[in-house]
Design a protein around this ligand. Structure first.
Ligand code: NAI
Length: 335
C-alpha cells in the first residue's frame, strides 16, 4: 500500500532539510507518495495566504503531514501556522521523544537520556484569550478542561503501555493554581489509576526543571499541560544537543503532522549547511505511525550510526559535512 503524505518544506532551510529527508525516506523502501505544498513566507508572497487552503485539502486526503520550519511574519496579525494547524486539525498531542544520539558531544553526553514528552496542545494559556481590563492591566485566561486533560492523559498512558515504558511523571503547579492545575492533576490521577502497571509520579514544574537538569536519566514519560510542556520540552531538547536535532509530532484522532521544531535558520539558508537530523528523525516517527515500523527503525538506526561514527556530521554539531554529505551517509547505512 502506498502512503500519501502532505509535504510542507517551508521556508529558509526548510526545502533543504525536506529534500534530504525525502531522499532518506525513499531509501528505506517504504511506499510513499508526496503531495508537496507551500506554506509560510513563500506561500504568502505567491498566494497572499500564509497557510493556503490547498494545504488543508491535501491533509484532509492524506491525514499525514511532514513539515519543515515556516517563517511567521512578526507584524501584521498573522497567526502562527503551527498553532493554526494544531487547532484546525485538532492535533491535541504534542509528542517529543528526547534521546541521546550516540557519539554526539553535549554537556550531558555521559548520561543516557531517553524520555518522551506528552504536551497538551490545544488549551491552557495558549487559548489566545487576552484583554485589557483597564489601562495597563491585562488579563490572560488559562483554560483547562476535563475533556482535554483526560484525553492527553489517556494518550500518554496508552503510549507508555504500548511501548513498555515504566513511569509517567505529571508536571504541574497545583500548589498555586489549585483549580486549573488541580483539575489537570485529578484527570492524570484518574487515568493513572486505570494503569496500575505503570508507576505514576507528580512533580511541581519548578522542581521538575531542576531534576531534569540534575538527573535527566531518571525521567521516562512526562505529561504536561500546554505552557509547561512548551518550556520543558525545549529544556529537554537542550540536554541532548538542542532543537536542531530533536524530532516532534502533533497528533490527533485522525490526523498527524510530523515536524522539525527548529526555525528557518535564515543565517545559513541556501548554503548547504543545514542539519536535516530533526526532520529525518520526525520522518522515522512518521513511518512508524504509518505502520511502517521496520522502515522507521531502520531510518532511526541509520541516522544514529552516522552520529556514532562522527565523521560526516554538519557544522552545528561540530562536523564539517554538508547537508547532502550527511544525507548520503544516512542512505549508505540504509543499503
Ligand atoms: P532558528 O531555529 O531558525 O535558528 C536559531 C539558530 O539555530 C541559528 O543560528 C540557526 O542557524 C541554527 N539552526 C536551526 N536549525 C538548524 C539546523 N537544522 N541546522 C543547522 N543549524 C540550525 O530560530 P530563529 O532564528 O529564532 O527563527 C528564525 C525563523 O524561524 C523565524 O521566522 C521564526 O518565526 C521561524 N520559526 C519557525 C518554527 C517552525 O516553523 N516550527 C520554529 C521556530 C522558529
Amino acid at each position: 500500500m502506498t502512503h500519501p503524505i502532505t509535504l510542507i518544506p517551508g521556508d529558509g532551510i526548510g526545502p533543504e532539510v525536506a529534500d534530504a529527508t525525502v531522499r532518506a525516506v525513499e531509501a528505506t523502501g517504504a511506499a510513499v507518495e508526496w503531495e508537496r505544498m507551500d506554506a509560510g513566507a513563500k506561500a504568502l508572497a505567491e498566494t497572499g495566504e500564509l497557510l493556503p487552503k490547498a494545504v488543508f485539502q491535501s491533509l484532509q486526503r492524506t491525514h499525514v503531514g511532514l513539515k519543515g520550519p515556516t517563517a511567521t511574519p512578526v507584524a501584521g496579525g498573522h497567526k502562527s501556522i503551527n498553532v493554526t494547524l494544531r487547532k484546525r486539525l485538532e492535533l491535541y498531542i504534542n509528542f517529543r521523544p528526547v534521546r541521546t544520539l550516540p557519539g554526539l558531544k553535549t554537556r550531558f553526553q555521559d548520561v543516557p537520556i531517553d524520555m518522551v514528552i506528552f504536551r497538551e496542545n490545544t488549551e491552557d494559556l495558549y487559548s489566545g484569550l487576552e484583554h485589557e481590563v483597564v489601562k495597563d492591566v491585562v488579563e490572560s485566561l488559562k483554560i483547562i478542561t476535563r475533556t482535554a486533560s483526560i484525553r492527553i492523559a489517556r494518550a500518554t498512558f496508552q503510549f507508555a503501555r504500548r511501548e513498555g515504558r515504566k513511569k509517567v511523571t505529571a508536571v504541574h503547579k497545583a500548589n498555586i493554581m489549585k483549580l486549573s492545575d488541580g483539575l489537570f492533576l485529578r484527570c492524570c490521577r484518574e487515568v493513572a489509576a486505570e494503569c496500575s502497571e505503570i508507576s505514576y509520579q507528580e512533580l511541581i514544574v519548578d522542581n521538575a526543571c531542576m531534576q531534569l537538569v540534575m538527573r535527566p536519566e531518571t525521567f521516562d514519560v512526562l505529561l504536561l499541560p500546554n505552557l509547561y510542556g512548551d518550556i520543558v520540552s525545549d529544556l529537554a531538547a537542550g540536554l541532548v544537543g538542542g532543537l536542531g536535532i530533536v524530532p516532534g509530532a502533533n497528533l490527533g484522532e485522525k490526523d498527524a503532522v510530523f515536524e522539525a521544531v527548529h526555525g528557518t535558520a535564515p543565517d545559513i539558508a541556501g548554503q548547504g549547511k543545514a542539519n536535516p537530523t530533526a526532520l529525518m528523525q520526525s520522518a522515522a516517527l512518521m513511518l512508524t505511525h504509518l505502520g511502517e515500523r521496520e522502515a522507521g527503525q531502520r531510518l532511526q538506526h541509520a541516522i544514529e550510526k552516522v552520529y556514532a561514527e562522527g565523521e560526516l556530521l554538519t557544522a552545528d554539531v561540530g562536523g564539517q559535512a554538508s547537508t547532502s554529505e550527511f544525507t548520503d551517509a544516512v542512505i549508505a547505512n540504509l543499503r
